[in-house]
Write a protein that binds this ligand. Structure first.
Ligand SMILES: NC(=O)c1ccc[n+]([C@@H]2O[C@H](COP(=O)([O-])OP(=O)(O)OC[C@H]3O[C@@H](n4cnc5c(N)ncnc54)[C@H](OP(=O)(O)O)[C@@H]3O)[C@@H](O)[C@H]2O)c1
Length: 335
């Protein structure tokens, strides 16, 4: 085994985050090597579907070496292989939220297995892309600080939509703009349903020590169930003006009490929920720029003035940069 070399396999290497990551690994390889981080990239070939069994056979057939698996898919099937990979001595780095959003027992088992097997499991980019959100929460909890409340804007699409509405755009126009700029998922209902934000809040709540499951987090969708059932993105976007009048009214009401609207993920004690809220104009949440993520943490040590993490919380290039940071950390821990 060549000392220091870690073999990295990427699933989803042809996707948006995966291809940006491959490019960054290639352009930064000399820089990484100068820091003693020697990465050998074995990407899955274009069109290959990831199979946990085939990968494990490959790992086991190649004798002793350090292996790191990077999951750049959004697949449940791929996420379900992590525990077996840990048992085989393979570390995992991922921006895929699926594994950590699984039922609480499975989530706990996953973390325990990685710890027991002594392999790295890093997932900083599952919330807020490359922003230091998970690491910040973890270091607070590790030093005994208790998290009392979290308020967060966790969707770049929705912070774009509400910031544009505050600036005078109508709801349907703001969503179409977000879609045209590539902020939203290919089908914008994925963002407007709120489920992705609820999943991110679940991950944060668990990191903060709460034993919550997805069903414990009520969520408010931004459009009607009828509209959410429209499978065609073009027709969905064309029908969005149906919701404009309702959003005009809500925004007018918020303005009359000196507030703005925002789609806020909230953890208060043991209770979590996700939905549209009026936020006072002098708060960090109301000051979000279009597309920004904002995470506000109240803890024992940040009781009066909260700790705030903010910045771009999505985008393939910045997410890949965060995945690269996790890879560097994982490789260092495997030496
Ligand atoms: N984009 C962002 O800004 C962002 C930010 C934070 C986190 N993330 C997370 O990062 C992950 C990737 O996002 P993305 O935007 O790059 O998505 P994407 O462009 O849709 O890429 C996903 C890739 O995974 C591949 N894939 C799916 N199932 C697979 C399997 N079983 N085996 C091998 N490859 C498989 C897809 O291939 P096919 O197209 O052939 O199915 C596609 O190339 C997601 O979990 C997402 O939630 C993304």
């Amino acid at each position: 085994m060549r000392p220091g070399v870690v073999h990295v396999v990427i699933a989803g290497a042809t996707g948006r985050v995966g291809s940006a990551l491959v490019q960054q690994l290639q352009t930064q390889s000399n820089l990484l090597a100068r820091q003693g981080v020697h990465v050998r990239l074995d990407p899955f070939k274009r069109g290959d579907r990831f199979s946990g069994d085939a990968f494990l056979r490959r790992v086991q057939g190649r004798g002793p070496r350090r292996n790191l698996f990077v999951d750049c898919t959004a697949s449940d099937d791929v996420a379900s292989t992590y525990a077996a990979l840990f048992e085989a001595g393979v570390g995992v780095v991922t921006p895929n939220k699926r594994a950590n959003a699984s039922p609480f027992g499975a989530y706990r088992h996953l973390l325990d297995t990685a710890r027991r097997c002594g392999v790295p499991y890093r997932y900083e980019t599952t919330v807020g892309a490359a922003l230091p959100v998970i690491d910040t929460l973890r270091s607070l909890v590790e030093r005994g600080d208790r998290v009392h409340r979290i308020e967060a804007l966790l969707s770049g699409t929705l912070s774009y939509v509400f910031a544009r509405m505050s600036a005078g755009a109508r709801f349907s126009t703001a969503v179409r703009e977000a879609h045209a700029l590539g902020y939203s998922e290919p089908h914008p209902r994925e963002d407007l349903a709120g489920a992705d934000v609820a999943r991110k809040l679940l991950l944060l709540a668990r990191e903060a020590g709460r034993e919550l499951d997805a069903d414990d987090i009520p969520l408010e969708a931004l459009v009607s169930d009828c509209l959410l059932r429209d499978d065609d993105p073009a027709s969905f976007l064309a029908r969005l003006p149906e919701a404009d009048a309702q959003w005009d009214t809500r925004l007018r009401e918020a303005r009359s009490s000196g507030a703005s609207l925002a789609y806020v993920a909230t953890l208060e004690g043991a209770t979590a929920h996700v939905g549209v809220r009026e936020v006072a104009d002098d708060t960090a949440l109301a000051a979000a720029r279009p597309g920004e993520n904002v995470i506000v943490l109240w803890t024992d040590h940040y009781a009066t003035l909260p700790l705030v993490v903010r910045g771009p919380g999505a985008g393939p290039v910045v997410t890949a940069a965060g995945v690269l940071t996790d890879i560097i950390g994982a490789v260092r821990s495997m030496r």
